[in-house]
Design a protein around this ligand. Sequence first.
Ligand SMILES: *Cc1c(COP(=O)(O)O)cnc(C)c1O
Length: 357
Amino acid sequence: MSSVSQSVKSLIRPELLALRAYHVPDSADMIKLDAMENPYHLPQFLRDEVASAVAAAPINRYPDPDPYALKEKIRLLLGLPGGMDVLLGNGSDELIQLLALAVNKPGAALLSVEPSFVMYRMIAIFVGMRYVGVPLAADFSLDLKATLAAIHKEQPALVFLSYPNNPTGNLFSKDDIRRIIEASPGLVVLDEAYYAFASDSFMPHLTNYPNLLVMRTFSKLGMAGLRLGFLAGSEAWLEQLEKLRLPYNVGVLPQLVAEKLLDNHSVLLQQADQIKVDRETLYRQLNAMVQVYPSEANFLMFKVSDATRVFEDLKRRGMLIKNLNGGHPMLTDCLRVTVGTPAECGKFIEALQESIS
Ligand SMILES: *Cc1c(COP(=O)(O)O)cnc(C)c1O
């Protein structure tokens, strides 16, 4: 063994050595339906506006550490109840990390359900926090009894629930979530990454629960490349989290472009509406071929008889989706496809048809 790899092995934390890096597959020349991106470009007038705003941007200066105008637009457009504030993150992934860092006293636990968004567990490992994953019921609804029992036993400082859930696509029962919030001694964060495609939100309930925060991201709405997420909640929580936020976590360009896009919020909402319509078409087509699960997000999870073979075959046909097989026992033979443009979805259905026949 070389001396470099020896010192790597002796210095890096063992739980980090044991992790596999988050793998982003090469998607050059592929139809990319693996990452819940909005498939649509911005209209030309908006691209022109963005271009001139970017041309005039003061990129020689550090960004505004507290962009009031952008935060005010978010408060007004995204349905925040009065008195609630926002904390901006470099994507919502950064906010998950910030929350974990903030409450990670010795022995503290982060609890979530499984299968769900893998970053909850990963970030717990990153920050050296105890992680508790409660299995969902067989139909991917919350197992309320098991979840409440785990909360009682583990007293988690932080609970994450993805609403709708990734990768299963369903919205958990609102009553179940209320019970979880009420039973939790710690902070409960509702991760509403897919809010634009869902029929419900906990945003209006922020004022009812002192231990509730709602996290959202603009990534799935068409700004994945900007990296902008936010946490909504009361000032008492946010002012503490603010201390941990690195001062310039959201750059000059993302701030500026996000403001322009929010000035044209209806453009993005129309794209989201189109995606919801196309999700229903895709659901019906998949339902005629395979077992597909209901979704309130911009993706569909479905099950085939040999997921890894189908995944690889689709890849050979130029179609990149997500293979969930092997990620969790409940996801055996499951695949996840992002709702693309109607043309992309059509090609996907054609390729899948050939792949499974
Ligand atoms: C995509 C996703 C995120 C991360 O979003 P970013 O803002 O791009 O970091 C968070 N939570 C869930 C459930 C997601 O699916």
